[in-house]
Design a binder for this molecule. Sequence first.
Ligand SMILES: [Zn+2]
Length: 164
Amino acid sequence: MNEIVTFGHPALITKSSDIVEIDDYIVNLSKKMIDIMYEAPGVGLAAPQIGINKNIFVFDSGEGPYVAINPKMEKKEGEIVFMEGCLSLPGYYWDIERSEYAKISCINEQGEEVIYEGEDLLGRVLQHEYDHLKGRLLIKSLKRKARKDALREISLKGFPGDKI
Ligand SMILES: [Zn+2]
């Protein structure tokens, strides 16, 4: 049941729009996204990764799952380089520089206002999934030369790690 779209799909480079109402569709969507995330398996999944350009992502960095709807980045601090991959770029990992700490405000699937914040894996997942909603893929966070190499490698090899 892997419905995750990979690099090259237009939804991945499109800016997502806010969710106006938390109705059954959104509640079911969040459940479905959590299932797909665990099945992948991954620690986060944003709606564009299943071809839906809406501002919602799910994540579980160890204590979840949690749902983030219409997230806003409130704060980022520090700098850290970390080996990072993406379910939409299966089989690839790069050293990515990001903030060490991130704080996001959003709504959860019950319509409650919530804050998600943290360092380490959580801080990283929040930034990674938030980027997806802005149409920004991992590859964009690479430095110029590394990005060129990455794009060349993908065009030559495709996604050998892809389980589809
Ligand atoms: Zn990703």
